[in-house]
Design a protein around this ligand. Structure first.
Ligand code: ADP
Length: 201
């Protein structure tokens, strides 16, 4: 292992709804690579920062319980409040991330971040991996999986940065247009490329 595990290579894994990013995360884990979940870290960060959040956003609390939907309503109607929320939560997410990384001691770690480009995390990562597929295929997959309607999926898609824009920003794009077996082969090939790029044996 050539790379110092104390400073792991961190690759952000992202993709729009239905692209297959959770599927790629599962494949990576199966292959022995740690994949951290940014949504889970954010949830832990909000939990750790509850007293501060309660002071800032009392209207988002039911007693001691943080109501996430109420919090979302508060911050999405007011950019200043969203900034205030992120100023509390993001440093704690980063702290948790550093803690997890030192616990893992792996030379190459992935972090699944659904809103990676929307939130501008790319500057803090060694590279970004976008899982991509045509919109119609993504809609079909999500409708089949979740029972959401086509319109509901499209509404979620519109709340994200267009995939075309993300393609321009990503270090690597994984085209998830074939079978799951084909996806697995592509993931293996890409891992070879990533390891070579960073001098990992
Ligand atoms: P995301 O996490 O990006 O929203 P998922 O990984 O959950 O997407 O994939 C959406 C759905 O499509 C899941 O049910 C998954 O099993 C399925 N899926 C993903 N990739 C493929 C593929 N190449 N072939 C068939 N089904 C797929």
């Amino acid at each position: 292992m050539g790379h110092e595990a104390k400073h792991p290579i961190i690759i952000g894994l992202t993709g729009n709804i239905g692209s297959g990013k959770s599927t790629v995360a599962a494949l990576l884990r199966e292959l022995g690579y740690p994949v951290l979940d940014a949504d889970l870290l954010a949830e832990r960060a909000r939990e750790a920062k509850k007293p501060e959040l309660k002071r800032l956003f009392p209207e988002a609390f039911r007693g001691e319980e943080l109501d996430r939907r109420a919090l979302a309503r508060v911050v999405f109607s007011d950019p200043e409040k969203l900034k205030a929320l992120e100023a509390v939560v993001h440093p704690e997410v980063r702290r948790l991330l550093v803690e997890e990384l030192s616990r893992l001691r792996a030379p190459l770690v992935f972090v699944e971040i659904p809103l990676l480009f929307e939130k501008g995390w790319e500057g803090r990562l060694h590279g970004t991996l976008l899982v991509a597929a045509p919109l119609e295929e993504r809609v079909r997959r999500v409708v089949a999986r979740s029972g959401l309607s086509r319109e509901e999926v499209l509404a979620r898609e519109r709340a994200q940065m267009p995939e075309e824009e993300k393609r321009k920003r990503a270090t690597w794009v994984l085209e998830n247009t074939g079978s799951l077996e084909a996806l697995r082969e592509k993931v293996l090939a890409l891992l070879g490329e990533i390891r070579a790029r960073f001098g990992l044996s």
